[in-house]
Design a binder for this molecule. Structure first.
Ligand code: 6R9
Length: 641
């Protein structure tokens, strides 16, 4: 019990105490339908649902609230016009602190969203169409998402840091015929050529779109293709544009995420379940009080941005801060400047940002006030206790609760976390399951492990925010999540449960790595490397990295007679950046004359991981290798590189 961090008694004003958590959790698992139909009342329905969860994991079919009708743009925007039209909905803080911040009330947001919805309609977008959103972190990115929801189109947001190649693949995969972008974006003072990237993506074979909507953001000169490209400010109009009534199970969005095999998959979320999940988790987990300023530092290109910059906060009538920049520009005090400037109460960020700022010393933090802060949150990867301590001691001055929230693109919203007033914290542990979440730890043979133990993290019983399918490939959905352990959703994460029932996520157990909180399939990086004409084969693993959590380590074999060197390594890095984007840039490339394989030809990644970690003592059994002498050469190569 000694590992608990207990805050002094104080007014942790709240919707949920320890006792209430116990009662509500019990209700949520004893009678999930009654519980979730009750929570569904948080939303405004055109037709209220009477049906709760209707789902099976074999065959895999998932539905919640299937007879309900609603619109999430109505819930995020229009419904607030009666009560809080003049409340601030969004605060925009630009990359350059000298540029003006922008503030939108719910009334103004409504006007802007209607304008964007009309622009999309003028472009030709209709209900059910997929719209690719490739935007900087500016208000118009959120407007595009909400406008899609308003007219019943399905948004697919692609992170603005992805390359034209990656963008093209995502446009083709979901058959999107429309793209929303901006002239250029700004991040840390650097220009991101978004429109030019879209043009390059659309030049790829097989990529065909009907219309590109271009937001003028920086005013940079960009090429506009006649007939295809349209300026947003020329199509925007304030004509009436009612919210389309959507069935609860109509798709809301597709978001691409990396898996252990093949290309990224389009995780699909539907309207009612995702709406209820994000509205409910936002309310309880952030304990949001009216008037507070909520700041989630993610990008809308990731699920965290979808759920806790856009839908969760706005459906709760909260004020959400949208930040265009990065934590270290113009200096490492930017986060704390933004917090003081806008009097932020809730900060929700990622361990990688915390570690990067920690490294720069306390001065950047302690020279700013931060008095407005009430709650600190983290998401995206395991937080090491050292970083947790710094976040708690230095940023929070030992007075602020930290919520370490575990969840995934596929889960729609937060699944495991402590609640700020209900639970004491343990540095490094996400905590306890949210309402309706029933985690199970499963052993290698599929056996369910009870009590304090470690295993593979599965979730039994569906929850409303669960992804419904992989867009266009339901079989892949079934294979990825429901076939490893029959009757359960398999998360891909390893996990320990302690004697207090707290969950400690230990990281991915599949071939997915987590680099600065970004999920990446090692297979994707390998595919990019082997595109190089001199590369015969590549194997990519993650290894511990001080700032990024995991770094990208590549073992590369070349065609016979070729030799590797610094120049080729630089070229290979460039290949990966081009195929995926800068976030996938390899940290380390080791040329080798072979990869450790079993006699049946399977690469033994376990060995490659250990060598990348510089951990040679525990290589385990290498006797099944086709060429056991290779291990020594790999170690030698590691030490010399
Ligand atoms: C929301 C998000 C999901 C993967 C997940 C896990 C890791 C996320 C975490 C965490 C430990 C936390 N992860 N939150 N690990 N503690 N609090 O990040 O979604 O991009 O799909 O990544 O991230 O490995 O499986 P996504």
């Amino acid at each position: 019990m000694s590992d608990f961090v207990i805050l002094p008694e104080q007014d942790r004003s709240t919707y949920c105490t320890a006792k209430q958590y116990k009662d509500l959790y019990r209700q949520s698992v004893e009678d999930p339908d009654a519980f979730w139909l009750g929570q569904a009342n948080r939303l405004d329905w055109f037709k209220a649902p009477t049906r709760g969860g209707e789902w099976s994991y074999d065959p895999v079919e998932i539905a919640w609230f299937a007879d309900g009708t609603l619109n999430l743009c109505h819930n995020a925007v229009d419904r607030h016009l009666d009560q809080r039209a003049d409340t601030t909905a969004l605060i925009f803080e630009p990359d350059d602190p000298a540029s003006a911040a922008r503030i939108l009330t719910y009334r103004q947001l409504h006007g802007e969203v209607v304008g964007m919805a009309n622009a999309l309609k003028a472009l030709g977008v209709g209900k059910g169409d997929r719209v690719t959103i490739y935007m900087p972190m500016v208000i118009e990115g959120l407007l595009a998402m909400l406008a899609c929801a308003r007219i019943g189109a399905i948004h697919s947001v692609v992170f603005g840091g992805f390359s034209p190649e990656a963008l093209a693949g995502r446009i083709v995969n979901c058959g999107s015929r429309f793209v929303v972008t901006a002239d250029t974006g700004l991040r840390g003072g650097k220009v991101v050529p978004l429109k030019a990237n879209v043009d390059a993506a659309l030049d790829h074979d097989g990529v065909e779109v009907d219309g590109v909507l271009v937001v003028r953001h920086t005013g940079a000169d960009v090429a506009m293709a006649g007939g295809r490209d349209h300026w947003y400010h020329e199509l925007v109009s304030d004509a009436e544009c009612p919210c389309e009534p959507m069935n609860a199970e109509d798709p809301l969005f597709i978001l691409y995420t990396s898996g252990s095999t093949g290309k990224p998959k389009g995780v699909l979320h539907t309207t009612g379940g995702y709406g209820v999940w994000t509205a409910t988790t936002f309310h309880y987990v952030f304990d949001y009080q009216p008037g507070e300023i909520h700041w989630c530092t993610a990008d809308i290109g990731w699920v965290t941005g979808h759920s806790y910059i856009v839908y969760g906060p706005l459906m709760n009538g909260a004020t959400s801060l949208v930040f265009e920049g990065v934590p270290n520009y113009p200096d490492h005090g930017r986060f704390w400047d933004v917090i003081d400037k806008h009097q932020v109460n809730i900060l929700y960020t990622a361990p990688t940002a915390i570690r990067a700022l920690m490294r720069e010393g306390d001065h950047f933090v302690t020279s700013r006030s931060r008095k407005s802060l009430r709650l600190l949150g983290t998401v995206g990867e395991p937080i090491n206790p050292e970083a947790w301590r710094w976040y708690f001691d230095v940023v929070g001055e030992k007075r602020l609760p930290i919520i370490d929230t575990w969840w995934q693109t596929e889960t729609g919203g937060i699944m495991i976390t402590t609640l700020p007033a209900a639970h004491d914290m343990k540095p490094g542990s996400a905590g306890l399951p949210f309402f309706g979440v029933r985690p199970q730890l499963v052993g290698a043979e599929g056996e369910v492990l009870e009590g304090a133990t470690s295993g593979n993290l599965c979730i039994r019983h569906s929850w409303p925010g669960q992804s419904r399918t992989v867009y266009g490939d339901h079989e892949r959905f079934v294979q990825t999540y429901f076939s490893t352990y029959k009757g359960k959703y398999f998360t891909g994460d390893g996990c320990r449960r302690d004697e207090d029932g707290y969950y400690w996520i230990t990281g991915r157990v599949d071939d997915v790595i987590n680099v600065s909180g970004h999920r990446m399939g090692t297979a994707e990086v390998e595919s990019a490397l082997v595109l190089h004409p001199l590369v015969a084969e590549a194997a990519v693993v993650g290894y511990p990295h001080d700032i990024k959590g995991q770094g990208i380590y590549c073992y590369v074999t070349l065609n016979a007679g070729e030799a590797g060197g610094e120049e080729l390594a630089a070229e290979l890095r460039q290949y990966v950046r081009k195929e995926i984007g800068p976030i996938a840039t390899p940290d380390h490339i080791q040329f080798t004359d072979g990869l450790p394989k079993t006699r049946s030809g399977k690469i033994m990644r376990r060995i490659l991981r250990k060598i990348a970690e510089n951990d040679y003592g525990s290589l385990g059994d290498t006797s099944t290798l086709a060429d056991p002498t290779l291990v020594d050469r790999l170690i030698e190569g590691r030490q010399n590189s």
